[in-house]
Write a protein that binds this ligand. Structure first.
Ligand code: SAM
Length: 235
């Protein structure tokens, strides 16, 4: 899907930047305050064509660990056809996002919840066509946060840095246990740091077994990576 940036979209992105910088004076939402750096490292990085193409028309999308609204707010601005939900574990960020959504007249939902609690809640489990996350967790933990939220036939788009492929290799088996499969590693260029990053696309092929997601402490302490799975099988 090709996107034409309309004047309304450009104005909304500018207004988002202004609101973020204002709130940041009291709230510590982002370390990136230079406008040019924010546009390149935050806003454009949130909406690469590789991601926009992966999101079907009218999809229900959830941005997990959205923080100050990335990538969810730029995505919602550039893709007004999608039904966007933003989730974050931190209440102060959620309050900022709710005000921002109202000010920009973006019809999105903002929810204060941990991803793993959302993944167990009937209203969120297997309810989304696409889950996205940027800078939230290593691949295995991220898969356990995202895949339970995705419908069978849907996908998770994981924004990853230069080591995405390595993280994925360790997490492949765990992704299978969650009902998913790695479909693609889409290369994206980070122009600010001049490095090659990736969007890892996970396809959800089967329902996630009810025992996943596990609780937060277990996901962090014992992520579904190959070495941990070998240990648990040998016990
Ligand atoms: C480093 S920030 C990244 C924020 C944003 N995605 C970005 O790219 O700038 C990580 C965010 O994920 C949230 N987070 C971490 N673990 C989470 C979880 N299990 N459920 C929901 N939010 C989580 C944190 O509260 C924080 O806002």
């Amino acid at each position: 899907m090709g996107i034409v940036m309309t004047q309304d979209m450009a104005e909304k992105l500018t207004a988002y930047h202004t609101l973020l910088m204002e709130a940041n004076e009291t709230m510590n939402l982002t370390r990136i305050v230079d406008e040019e750096e924010a546009v390149s490292r935050q806003y454009l990085d949130s909406v690469p064509a590789q991601v926009l193409r992966q999101i079907p028309e009218g999809a229900r999308v959830v941005d997990v660990g959205t923080g100050a609204g990335l990538p969810g707010i730029p995505l919602a601005i550039l893709r007004p056809d999608v039904e966007m939900t933003l989730m974050d574990a931190l209440q102060k960020r959620v309050a900022f996002l709710q005000k921002t959504a109202e000010a920009l007249e973006l019809p999105l939902r903002v929810i204060h919840i941990r991803a793993e609690d959302g993944g167990r809640a009937q209203e969120h489990r297997e309810r989304y066509d696409v889950a996205v996350a940027r800078a939230v967790a290593p691949m295995a933990a991220l898969a356990e946060y995202l895949l339970p939220l995705v419908k069978v036939g849907g996908k998770a788009l994981c924004y990853k840095g230069p080591k995405g492929g390595q993280e994925l290799d360790a997490a492949r088996e765990g992704i299978g246990l969650l009902g998913g499969r790695a479909m693609d590693i889409l290369p994206v260029r980070d122009p600010f740091f001049e490095r090659n990053c990736s969007i890892i696309v996970l396809q959800k092929n089967y329902k996630t077994p009810i025992k996943y997601p596990r609780n937060s402490g277990v996901i962090k302490k014992s992520p579904l990576i190959a070495s941990n799975l070998r240990i648990s099988r040998s016990k």
